[in-house]
Design a protein around this ligand. Structure first.
Ligand code: UD1
Ligand code: CA
Length: 458
């Protein structure tokens, strides 16, 4: 039965145990606020209304979320005092469609999937649909109470359970689908006459039973989908679950991971055929790999396009860079924003490249800084060379044309151009353009001071 779907996300909790100035629902899983994950799952159901109930740290929550979902119409309902989950949902009622159906989600239960929510909606027929789970240690959860015929009749909160009810292993995950035309009536009837003095949303189940509204349920396909975060321990657990799920997907897509428990993907990674990723790599933003790309251990790669046959050797850090086919990077290389490596170029250990192009087949292999530079084809930059691009105020460009050989330990003081085919002697400080096809030497002449040693001996 299809109706207007309204989704309410309860997110007013403070999260004291997070020991943080950041509101709980903004704590990240895989670099994205928990609430963002929940909103993404919600959006996949195309709701006619999406309402977030906020409270603690509300301004910050609203600011972050409205920025991230600028194109979406998110309704905000303020809960000034946390009087319970029933009260929280009541704060959202004015924003709901009269004839709609409401799905209740939680800002601190981030791994709920749209597939599970869809299963719940599929069981909706003007009834109440719950998401339940059966777990070994149900302590702390609301327990599902069934009658002799096996029908759900109520939920009892841990603190209100009898010793007999404590043994029930079927628990309430807190997710519900509810008919809007019944909802206000039920919420108005809630009392806070219980051990926690709260208006429990769970009590709507008994009210539905009394009203002879059908109560149906879906069993959580994966327990983690209903796991909430109250502290850093649980945040870490869900992060690991999220990561292992992503790693499984990468393996299914045919990417070789040497250890699926030692990769973190905090964004999107796509790869062609025969790519291999060694242990302890972190990927952020959008990273694309062509075919036959090998990534060594311990690399951090953020927003990069890496073409066919590229080898990234261990412990390299790559950010906002483009690497063309056959290039080799690392070990211990750092590519900063705007680094563009052409085909078959090499960037070796302890080399930093920023906002620069390295031409086809060129090599910058050892202990070098290249910034704001354009390097042509088949250039060799010797060890320990620096493009001096900054005078403390402004940045300047260095141009190194094709077939240049830069001797080791050369300082190129920008703006400066090294002409095609030029050879720069090691240890030069180049402050003027160097002529094409000629040898330029710019260093103090070596001399020997005869007898100096003898004179200075006592
Ligand atoms: C709730 C359920 C319990 C279920 C468990 C699953 C109730 C009364 N109990 O218990 O049956 O097993 O979830 O995790 O619903 N919130 C507000 N405003 C409030 C109170 C809560 O926004 O006034 C939000 C919290 O931020 C939190 C969520 O609602 O995200 C759940 O509230 P919490 O107090 O943690 O409920 P539980 O005791 O975990
Ligand atoms: Ca909770």
């Amino acid at each position: 039965m299809k109706k207007n779907i309204n989704i309410v996300i309860l997110a007013a909790g403070q999260g004291k145990r997070m020991n943080s100035a950041l509101p709980k629902v903004l704590h990240p899983i895989s670099c994205k606020p928990m609430l963002e994950h929940v909103i993404n799952a919600a959006k996949e159901l195309n709701p006619s209304k999406l309402v977030v109930v906020y409270g603690h740290g509300g301004d910050q929550v609203q600011k972050v979320i409205t920025q991230k979902f600028a194109d979406d119409n998110i309704f905000w309902a303020h809960q000034d005092q946390q009087l319970g989950t029933g009260h929280a949902l009541k704060c959202a009622v004015p924003s709901l469609d009269q004839d709609g159906v409401t799905l209740v989600l939680y800002g601190d239960v981030p791994l709920i999937s749209s597939a599970t929510l869809t299963k719940m909606l599929d069981k909706y027929d003007d009834n109440l649909v719950m998401l339940t789970d059966v777990i070994d240690n149900p302590f702390g959860y609301g327990r599902i109470v069934r009658n002799e015929s096996g029908n759900i009749i109520s939920i009892v909160e841990e603190k209100d359970t009898t010793s007999e009810q404590k043994l029930i292993r079927e628990i309430n995950t807190g997710f519900y689908v509810l008919p809007n035309h019944k909802l206000s009536g039920w919420l108005n009837k809630l009392s806070n006459n219980n051990s926690q003095g709260e208006y429990y949303l769970t009590d709507v189940v008994a009210l539905a039973h009394k009203d002879k509204v059908g109560i149906n349920y879906v069993v959580t396909p994966h327990s983690y989908e209903a796991m909430g975060v109250n502290n850093k321990l649980q945040l870490e657990q869900l992060e690991r679950i999220y990561q292992i799920n992503q790693a499984n997907k990468l393996l299914e897509e045919g990417i070789t991971l040497l250890d699926k428990s030692r990769i973190d993907l905090r964004g999107k990674l796509t790869a062609g055929k025969d790519c291999l990723i060694d242990v302890n790599c972190v990927f952020e933003g959008t990273v694309t790999l062509g075919d036959n790309v090998t990534i060594g251990a311990g690399c951090l790669i953020r927003n990069a396009q890496i073409a066919n046959g590229v080898t990234i050797k261990p412990y390299s850090i790559i950010e906002d860079a483009q690497i063309d086919s056959g290039a080799q990077v690392g070990p211990y290389a750092r590519l900063r924003p705007g680094a563009k490596l052409a085909e078959n170029s090499h960037v070796g250990n302890f080399v930093e490249i920023k906002n620069s192009q390295i031409g086809i087949g060129s090599k910058v292999n050892h202990l070098t800084y290249i910034g704001d530079s354009s390097i042509g084809k088949k250039v060799n930059v010797g060890a320990g060379s620096v493009t001096c691009n900054y005078d403390g105020k402004n940045k300047f460009k260095t141009v190194i044309e094709d077939d240049v050989f830069i001797g080791s330990g050369t300082m190129m003081v920008a703006p400066v151009t090294i002409g095609q085919g030029a050879l720069i002697a090691a240890g030069s400080v180049i402050t003027k353009d160097a002529q094409a096809n000629e040898l330029t030497v710019a260093r103090a002449k070596q001399m020997t001071i005869v007898g100096w040693k003898a004179k200075n001996k006592k």
